[in-house]
Write a protein that binds this ligand. Structure first.
Ligand code: 5GP
Ligand code: MG
Length: 181
């Protein structure tokens, strides 16, 4: 697996440091909420980020998982997004503050879809946290409130992000060798 990596762009130490900072920012924003915050991680990419982030949020919270597909199979180009499933589609989110958590903001298709779904469920507020944001990409007006790192427009893997289902377990963010994709 490691022989497929061209270079590491964000190290394990940098990730840990920045995720802690983001957790502090999020805690400052939500610590006085009357209801538990609802974290909405977008699977599968957000799993590692979510696990590290939520353990550093000393506030009351719930997790409502949504699964979205946007890079079907062996592709590194976004082809639009589709909701695959909600773990608990009937969860009552009325009057709740919702924080959508995703790995990366690229074309904005995925987040726009989930933000819209949330808006239709009469929630109190919707904010979005992403670990990565591709700066040179057009996000089609979609915005994130909490951003870990701005990166160049190249296809990255690791820390939850995959290529064809693999490499999510890399502890850093890396770029693959052209021969691997
Ligand atoms: P968007 O819908 O904004 O184009 O893309 C968001 C989703 O596409 C992310 O949740 C992620 O799953 C996938 N994605 C976008 N850019 C990358 C990338 O550079 N690497 C990987 N592995 N997935 C990406
Ligand atoms: Mg994803």
């Amino acid at each position: 697996m490691h022989s497929d990596i061209d270079r590491i762009i964000i190290s394990q130490t940098q990730l840990a440091h920045r995720v802690s900072e983001m957790a502090a920012e999020i805690t400052r924003r939500y610590h006085e909420q009357p209801h538990p915050l609802v974290l909405v991680p977008i699977l599968n990419g957000a799993i590692v980020f979510l696990a590290d982030l939520m353990r550093q949020l000393p506030i009351r919270m719930r997790v409502e998982v949504v699964s979205v597909t946007s890079y079907p199979g062996r592709s590194t180009e976004s082809r639009g997004a589709e909701i695959r499933s909600w773990l608990d589609a009937g969860a009552d989110l009325r009057n709740r503050s919702v924080l959508i958590v995703d790995d990366i903001l690229d074309t904005g298709n995925t987040l726009r879809l989930v933000q819209r779904e949330m808006a239709a469920r009469n929630v109190e507020s919707i904010a979005t946290a992403v670990l990565l944001r591709k700066t040179s990409k057009d996000h089609q007006g979609v915005q994130a409130d909490f951003v870990g790192f701005d990166i160049e427009d190249e296809f990255v893997v690791g820390y939850g992000l995959d290529y064809d289902g693999q490499y999510r377990n890399l502890p850093h963010i890396a770029v693959l060798k052209p021969s691997a994709c």
